[in-house]
Design a binder for this molecule. Structure first.
Ligand code: AMP
Length: 213
């Protein structure tokens, strides 16, 4: 099963991708994660892409395409994969169609208010890194983790920054959404409900499309 997931930050891509990955025994591949790891390890590739990633600019197509091509040729991708963050340009989508055409594209749809509520309520522990949510998973004491560490709000989880991230997402992905919609590969998935319900709905879609029995 070759799946492309498209969705704004906070729409639940990470959670759902990890469930589908376990369920189907296929890797969840996020180009953003690959790039951040290469930068952290200070590899040749990391040095080449650092500036783009840190400024939130698109890494040049030739570089991204090469990275994805190589990753998808690894043995763990034989049964399929879940791509997240790629393609982001029409050129990338066209190239992917040449070397590994996706079976389905899941377009995660979630109202901005829900995303803002989810992300702006997130608090991270300075000591152990655990994530809390002031409403959905409140810490034992305000601003304190169960380990005693102090909680903080990530800079990019502040409402003004979230709004900007949502704008960038729309700018980059609207043409890609249209590209796959025209091909009949795109399915909208409402990601407002809890994860179990989202996964159930996705499995229904896979069945309807004859991707699973
Ligand atoms: P993400 O975690 O998906 O938001 O990606 C973080 C950053 O990595 C982006 O802001 C880009 O700088 C870079 N990046 C990730 N995927 C791509 C892609 N498909 N094409 C170009 N740049 C990318």
């Amino acid at each position: 099963m070759k799946i492309v997931i498209i969705g704004p930050p906070g729409a639940g891509k990470g959670t759902i991708a990890s469930r589908l990955s376990q369920m189907f025994g296929i890797p969840h591949i996020s180009t953003g994660d690959i790039f951040r790891e290469e930068i952290r390890k200070e590899t040749e590739l990391g040095k080449k892409i650092k500036e783009y990633v840190e400024k939130g600019l698109l890494v040049p197509d030739e570089v991204v395409i090469e990275v994805v091509k190589k990753r998808l040729s690894e043995p763990d991708c034989q049964k399929g994969w879940i791509l997240d963050g790629f393609p982001r340009t029409i050129k990338q989508a066209e190239e992917l169609d040449k070397f590994a055409p996706p079976d389905i594209v899941l377009n995660f749809v979630c109202p901005d208010e829900v995303i803002i509520e989810r992300l702006s309520g997130r608090r991270v522990c300075k000591k152990c890194g655990k994530n809390w949510h002031i409403k959905f998973m409140p810490p034992p004491q305000p601003d304190r983790c169960e380990c005693g560490g102090e909680l903080y709000q990530r800079e990019d989880d502040k409402p003004e920054v979230i709004k900007k991230r949502l704008e960038v997402f729309r700018e980059q992905f609207t043409p890609i959404i249209e590209y796959y919609r025209k091909k009949g590969l795109l399915v909208d998935v409402d990601t407002t409900p809890p994860p179990d319900v989202i996964v159930e709905n996705i499995l229904k879609i896979f069945k309807e499309r004859g991707l699973i029995k």
